[in-house]
Every structure is written in C-alpha cells, then in structure tokens.
Design a protein around this ligand. Structure first.
Ligand code: FE2
Length: 473
C-alpha cells in the first residue's frame, strides 16, 4: 500500500466535542473474565478553541476517557477536564494560560504584565497516575488535577506543598513499591535554578525533598529513570536560559535551544538521602521516554527511546499533523550503561532495529529491576504516523508487531493477569483509531503473543492522546 491510497491519520487530530456515557460498547471477541477495573486515559481533544487554533499536539485541551470492565462487558465515558485552563479558555474563547508551544494572544501591555503574573497551566493532557490512593491527571507543571474515577468529574488541583516549589515538573512519576511512595522532580527557575527530586508517601501524601542539584541551563526532560536504590536524571542538551523563560516572549518550548556541545549528562541520585552520587557525560541524544533502569553489578543500566536530536518536537506541530505529514524522526530503544565507580566510561547500544514510542513494561514486577519485555507503538510505514504495536525482547532484540490497515494505535497499557509470576503475562489495552471508519476502538491483545483477544467500538473517534493507566477494582 502506498501513501496515496492509505486513509490519512489526520482525523486523529480533529476535535472531539461530545461527552457521552455508554453503558455497554459493542464487543467483538471475548474479554478475560478477570478484567474488572477501568482504563483511565487523558489526551488533548480540543485544538480549535473559539478564535484560536493551538500550535502543537501537546497543546490541546485535556479530555478524560474511562473504559470500565466488568462481567465481560465494556462501558465508556468521556469528559473534558474542567481545569482552570479549560474554564478560562471556554469563557474567553481562546487560551488564557500558556501551553507547551502556544501562548495566549496578548497585547504588548499584557505581555509585560505576564512577566510578573504568568499563571501555570493545569491542562492535564499528558498522563493519569495513582497519587495518594486516587487517580490524578498530570501535565508538565506543578499543578496536577484530581478527578472522580467513576464520573470523571473534575475535583480540583492536587497542589504540592510549598517545600516542593518549582514550576515545571513531569507527568511520569515513579512508584516505589518497597518504600510505598512516588518519586518525581520539579525544576525551579531563577537566578539560581535547580532540579529538586522529591517523594510523596502513598499513605497520607506527605512530601519530602530527596535531593537537589543546581543547574545553569535547565534541560527539557519529559521523564526520568529509577532503579531500586537510585533516581537517574538524563539531561538532554535541549536547554533554556531561565531569563528567556521569565520574559515569556515565546511559548514555553520555543525558549529551549538544542545545544549538542553540552553532550548528554547522566546524573545518579540516591533515594535515601545521600544526594548526587555520580555524573557522567556522553554523546548528545534526545528522548521523551525512559523505559526502565536497574542495577547490574557496579553499573546502572538505563533504557530509553533515543532520537538523534530534538527535531521530533518540531515534527509534532499541529499543522503538519493535520496535513497528514510523515513523522520521519525515529526513536529507538537504546541502553546506557553507567559505571558507578570512578573508573570506566559510560557507553550506549541500540537494543533493536524497530522504531518504538510510548513504551510500557510489566511495571509491577520489573520497575527498577532487570527485565525482558517492552511494549510500545511503532511505525511500519516510513511515510506514516504511528501505525502498529510492537513488543521488543530487550535481551535478544527480537520484535513482534500487531497492525491493521488504516489503523493507528495508541500507547499499549499492560495489565497483568491475576496471580501471574512470569513477566509479561496478561493483556495490552490500546485505543486504536480506524481512520477509514472515522472511529476508535479499544483493542485487547494477548501481551505475550500480540494476538487479538477482543475489541470494543467507541461511538466516535478519539483524538490521539498520550498516556493512562489501568486501575483494578
Ligand atoms: Fe510521556
């Protein structure tokens, strides 16, 4: 099939305005009877806001989606997150707070005023994580938003304590099952900028600072890595002069500069208060997503999806995507081995030929530990969008693929089968856009073989989103 007779993926970047409640979606196949819980996802669903169209995929207003599983049936509902950003934009008919690559339309006076009173966005369109015992929606600021896991009703900002501070944060915290806490970090911009790693207790939500590191030009980092004992910041050379950010004459990410001469800097921090233990430097790359990390003798192994440079960000501007342009920046699963001792050099190897993004692992069994399997979305056709689901064996590089013509899957979320002891036994849940039919469906795959088990068809298309998680009953 050539690009010309393929149905464009571009419908995945058109707005979805309807909010629906469906008790029972039509299901093909048979769902596992142990699947009783909910897949909660977030993603941008409104790109055209009154008189303004946002610039970038990452800028659309967040919508929550809930697929509920019980007795072999699937329910569905969706609802816009009524964040402060959403409510202000709805009232004004345009953005009021700056997003990743789009700013509000401001007069010169308003621009100057914004230097002193820029409000952070709480448009949490990136991820949903369990936080303090309940699902919470995240974007890349210190304003996560709580919502009702059944009705998807917005409940209000989560609010970190003043001790955590910062303004920019991440939507990919890590859960530590032994210490019963979440680890994350913030960036504090100022005359003396710093990265601040912190922990939040599962019970009660008490927050404490784990480590800090001063930085002259903070990097854009979308995620970080965790082993059993360490937290690892991989500092890509996409960096910002904090003053530029403060002046805010350009949208957030456009203030960052690709500075390859800085190299890639990998910083290893102790989880239990010993601070920064090691920093190494190697050749520059860019990544959004870490896959996993673990300790291996005197080394730390960090796996991530590496790009040659930060050009992938430019490829995800909305005008390109709405025109159905190809994404030709390619992310590969890449392994960094970092020696903890004084001696020894960091080195990197590409794990597999296949392109991968939005990676997931058997987190419950393998987070921070040696592991074997990673699932993600891939691209079979070089001149297309993400058009397949891939599974990579990180030991052998062997790759399996699921695909269907005209279909564009999202992040495959792994759900372990109950009582399993072997890594990777369970199912994958992915929202797939059937571009020819103009609708999305929830796909259930066997996580071992990638064989289709079932699918449940939605009443509409679901714009391409980013992340979510499964919450068992
Ligand atoms: Fe992400």
């Amino acid at each position: 099939m050539t690009g010309s007779d393929r149905t464009s993926y571009a419908i995945g970047f058109s707005d979805l305005d309807q909010e629906v409640v469906v008790d029972r979606l039509p299901v093909e196949g048979k769902l596992p009877n142990w699947l009783t819980g909910a897949l909660l996802r977030t993603g941008p669903a409104k790109f055209d806001i009154g008189r303004q169209t946002v610039n970038h995929w990452f800028d659309g207003l967040a919508m929550l989606h809930r697929f509920g599983f019980a007795d072999g049936a699937v329910s569905y509902r969706n609802r816009f997150l009524r964040s402060q950003s959403y409510c202000e934009a709805a009232e004004k008919g345009a953005l009021v707070r700056g997003e990743f690559a789009t700013d509000p339309c401001r007069t010169l006076f308003q621009r100057v005023a914004a230097i002193f009173d820029a409000k952070l966005t709480d448009n949490c369109n990136v991820n949903i994580n369990p936080f303090g015992g309940a699902p919470v929606a995240f974007t890349e600021t210190t304003l996560p938003v709580r919502f009702d896991a059944e009705t998807l009703e917005t409940l209000g900002d989560y609010g970190y304590s003043p001790a955590i501070g910062g303004s920019v944060s991440i939507a990919h915290p890590h859960h530590d099952a032994r210490r019963l806490c979440q680890f994350s970090y913030v960036v504090e911009f100022g005359m003396k900028s710093r990265y601040r790693l912190f922990a939040i207790d599962d019970e009660g939500g008490a927050e404490c600072v784990v480590a800090e590191m001063p930085v002259d030009r903070p990097a854009y980092m979308h995620s970080f890595a965790m082993t059993e004992q360490y937290l690892v910041l991989v500092e890509f050379p996409l960096v910002v002069d904090p003053l530029r950010l403060k002046l805010a004459f350009e949208p957030f990410i456009r203030n960052y500069r690709w500075t390859p001469e800085r190299g890639l800097r990998i910083h290893v921090f102790d989880k239990d208060g010993r601070g920064l233990l090691k920093s190494v430097e190697t050749d520059p790359i860019f990544a959004f997503h870490h896959v996993n990390a673990f300790e291996d003798g005197g080394n730390i192994v960090v796996d991530l999806v590496a790009y040659r440079d930060a050009g992938i960000i430019d490829q995800l501007y909305l005008a390109r995507l709405r025109a159905g342009a190809a994404i030709d920046a390619t992310g590969h699963l890449t392994r960094y081995v970092v020696p903890l001792q004084e001696q020894g050099d960091v080195f990197a190897i590409q794990v597999a030929e296949a392109m991968i993004e939005l990676p997931r692992i058997d987190y419950e069994l393998c987070a921070g530990r040696p592991y074997r399997h990673v699932w993600g979305v891939g691209r079979r056709n070089k001149d297309d969008f993400l058009d397949s689901i891939v599974k990579i064996d990180v030991l052998s590089g062997e790759t399996r693929t699921w695909w269907k013509e005209h279909c564009y899957p999202g992040e495959p979320v792994f759900v372990p089968s109950p009582g399993r002891t072997v890594e990777g036994e369970g199912v994958l849940l992915s929202i797939v856009l059937d571009a020819r039919r103009g609708r999305s469906y929830l796909l259930v795959l066997d996580a071992v073989s990638l064989a289709e088990i079932a699918r449940a068809e939605c009443p509409h298309h679901i714009p391409f989103g980013f992340h979510g998680n499964y919450f068992p009953n």
